[in-house]
Write a protein that binds this ligand. Structure first.
Ligand SMILES: [Zn+2]
Length: 118
């Protein structure tokens, strides 16, 4: 199987597992959202290519979303997980997840303080 064939096989198999949702399982970003986050348009061309001398840099679809796991995962979330690991903060993530899942009222009280919208 060629690399392109393998990529499409992984892609369509992942979409099947994810109910045809081509979004990051964790943050719900689409591939276009991820490209934009890193400063690229939907075609993978740097938005400010001339300004930063990036005319020859093209972001590949395979660089922004992984379809190899149980659900699609974006490069932003992978970088965040890498950073949490480097900072040795996995236990904090588990505690926050537990709080979000079982004690959300501690994070999001029913009657929050003054509006920040002014
Ligand atoms: Zn993500």
């Amino acid at each position: 199987m060629s690399r392109i064939d393998e990529h499409f096989h992984l892609y369509f198999a992942a979409l099947d597992r994810a109910g045809q949702h081509d979004r990051c399982f964790l943050c719900r970003r689409t591939p276009a959202d991820v490209k934009h986050f890193f400063g690229f348009d939907e075609n993978g061309i740097a938005l400010d290519a001339a300004r930063y001398g990036l005319e020859d840099v093209v972001l590949m679809a395979t660089d922004i979303m992984s379809y190899r796991g149980e659900r699609p995962i974006c490069a932003v979330c992978q970088i965040n997980v890498d950073a949490i690991g480097i900072l040795d903060e996995e236990a904090i993530v588990r505690r926050i997840y537990e709080q979000m899942a079982t004690r959300r009222e501690e994070l999001w009280p029913e009657h929050p303080g003054p509006s920040i919208e002014g």
